[in-house]
Design a binder for this molecule. Structure first.
Ligand code: DHB
Ligand code: MG
Length: 226
């Protein structure tokens, strides 16, 4: 049996993506636009995009909140899981990301409105809370790792029982298992994982996500009665 090497991870991911998450022209153009604009290539993989899509469909979601737009690749997968008149609100602090995403997201999911809000995500979330924005059915956290717990606390105020709260990058190639790590993103992931593991309002799990390396997706559901 092969040991788990980076090569094996890539081959498994390729096998799955080829069968279950082939890129259509809109998704391929999305990645090309992000690359040519010089955006960091830290978008979710196609396989993870398909997982986000399926989870959003399973949740029967009509309203999705995304924290961290980047070039809008995951936004496209999330939006496509929504029925007509569905809505995505996606937040990014970087106007360059937002302008690339805006172009790529035009017509990416028919009948779904996609609202890109530029600014500090915590401030945008606070604003939505004070404006009494309707709760979201799915929240996807994929922005600056050090503020994941802050985003979670704010997202909970924009949730209802049954809301699915997802968070990317919570394994960091296994660095989260190292209690002495000084990597600030890994430490933030540890804090996030420990928070959701014992949170009274949440039931949660973390799934490893295979790419060229191993990362993780946290999946939480807001408990009934909370
Ligand atoms: C980084 C951020 C991400 O959201 C990701 O999926 C991978 C890497 C990063 O900042 O390094
Ligand atoms: Mg990510």
């Amino acid at each position: 049996m092969e040991t788990i090497t980076d090569t094996l991870l890539e081959r498994i991911n390729h096998y799955v993506e080829e069968r279950f998450a082939p890129l259509d022209p809109v998704l391929a153009r999305n990645l090309a636009a992000a690359e040519s604009a010089g955006l960091p290539q830290i978008n979710v993989s196609a396989a993870q995009g398909k997982l986000l899509y399926l989870l959003t469909k399973l949740a029967g979601a009509k309203r999705v909140l995304e924290i961290g737009t980047l070039g809008g690749f995951s936004t496209t997968w999330l939006a496509r899981a929504l029925p007509a008149r569905g809505r995505v609100v996606t937040l990014d602090v970087n106007p360059a990301h937002a302008s690339v995403a805006k172009r790529s997201l035009e017509g990416a999911a028919s009948g779904v409105s996609i609202d890109i809000r530029v600014g500090d995500a915590a401030e945008s979330l606070e604003h939505m809370i004070t404006q009494r924005e309707d709760p979201f059915d799915v929240v996807f956290i994929d922005a600056d790792k050090v503020r994941y717990v802050v985003y979670l606390d704010l997202a909970l105020k924009l949730s209802h029982p049954g809301t699915l709260i997802l968070a990317d990058n919570v394994i960091r190639h296994g660095l989260v298992m190292d209690g002495a790590t000084t990597d600030e993103n890994a430490r933030a992931a540890q804090a996030y994982n420990n928070t959701i593991a014992s949170h009274p309002q949440l039931e949660s799990i973390v799934l490893p996500i295979l790419r060229d390396t191993v990362d993780g997706l946290a999946i939480s559901i807001v408990r009934q009665g909370s």
